[in-house]
Design a protein around this ligand. Structure first.
Ligand code: PEP
Ligand code: MG
Length: 324
């Protein structure tokens, strides 16, 4: 009983640059989606939900406390549909809620939020959503509603995953609400904690369609540099060799297993970093709207260089020597 009548197909400005590595765009709020789609990006590599859930100043938990889950699901559907419709049939990866406790405190219904000394190392992302699964359940129900409407271009991305059991648990909750991970919906994790990059094979064993590097957090956790602390801002280096090594390693393991790879942190909008990621074999990058064009050109150049080098290497191996 699918209702496909309102599905639209992407008609935004197309580009004459074709890349094998997909170039996607990050979207933080539905209102920004038309501009993002106009770049001709190959999809949305990060759809943030924080603005959809928090902008009206109400703590999402309040819907649950008030026994009004349906309203939360409705708000999510109304917001997400604007993006999946605009981009259809290109994929949109919806990231589940990831806000630190200090961002919840000022909201209506946020009076009981705990005060944490270091919210960035605290109760956020998937760890919180699994402790309080009502909101995660509402998010999955919203995704299921969109699938039932025929939007087959939506994927689910879990933030701040640190252990394969978190992925396993989240998939169980998805299944409970009728979502079928890997079959009717792509399921992936953000790699933004070094532990996840180092043990990526264990996540692949649980079952993954894609990963996306959240380099904003991966940088702060790899280097022990609070991303919001100006005193240590000079030490915040997304190109630190340790981070490049983690990314290269995880891409290699994912490529071997047929798992898609992407990046949605700010580093994905920096052309010379993107060039390295293409050399590592990343299968897509997701940039800010205003960086998509430059990133696309960088990706195309990096791919040409790889192809030319491979062709030259094979010519040099040719033993058809004139003087043999
Ligand atoms: C990241 O950590 O790189 C990321 C994209 O997520 P956020 O900036 O929302 O933490
Ligand atoms: Mg992050």
């Amino acid at each position: 009983n699918q209702d496909n009548t309102n599905l639209s197909t992407t008609t935004n400005a197309q580009t004459d640059i074709i890349t094998v590595t997909e170039v996607k765009v990050n979207v933080s709020m539905p209102e920004a989606a038309p501009k993002a789609a106009a770049t001709g990006a190959d999809g949305v590599g990060l759809l943030r939900t924080e603005h959809m859930m928090l902008t009206d100043g109400v703590h999402p938990k309040k819907f649950i406390v008030d026994d009004n889950e349906d309203e939360l699901v409705k708000i999510l559907v109304e917001n997400i549909i604007k993006v999946v419709d605009l981009f259809h049939p290109k994929p949109v990866w919806y990231r589940t809620l990831d806000a630190p406790t200090d961002e919840f405190i000022t909201l209506k219904g946020g009076e009981n939020e705990p005060h944490e000394h270091n919210p960035m190392l605290g109760w956020r992302g998937i760890r919180r959503e699994l402790d309080e699964p009502d909101i995660l359940r509402a998010e999955f129900k919203a995704v299921k509603t969109l699938l039932d409407k025929g939007y087959d271009n939506i994927g689910v991305m879990l933030p701040l995953v640190q252990h394969p059991n978190e992925l396993k648990h989240a998939k169980e909750i998805a299944t409970e609400v009728g979502l079928v991970p890997h079959k009717d919906v792509d399921f992936g994790i953000m790699v933004e904690i070094p532990a996840a990059a180092i043990t990526i094979e264990d996540f692949i064993d649980v079952g993954l369609d894609f990963i996306s590097f959240g380099t904003n957090d991966l940088t702060q956790y790899s280097l022990a540099v609070d991303r919001n602390n100006e005193l240590v801002a000079a030490h915040y280096n997304e190109e630190h060799p340790a981070i490049m090594k983690l990314i290269k390693y995880a891409i290699k393991k994912c490529n071997a297993a047929g798992v898609k790879t992407s990046i949605c942190g700010q580093a994905g909008s920096v052309p010379h970093i993107v060039e390295k990621l293409v050399e590592f074999g990343i299968t897509s990058v997701s940039a800010n709207t205003d960086a998509v064009e430059a990133v696309r050109k960088t990706v195309a150049r990096a791919e040409q260089k790889l192809i030319l080098n491979a062709a030259r290497a094979s010519l040099n191996n040719d033993d058809d020597d004139l003087f043999d």
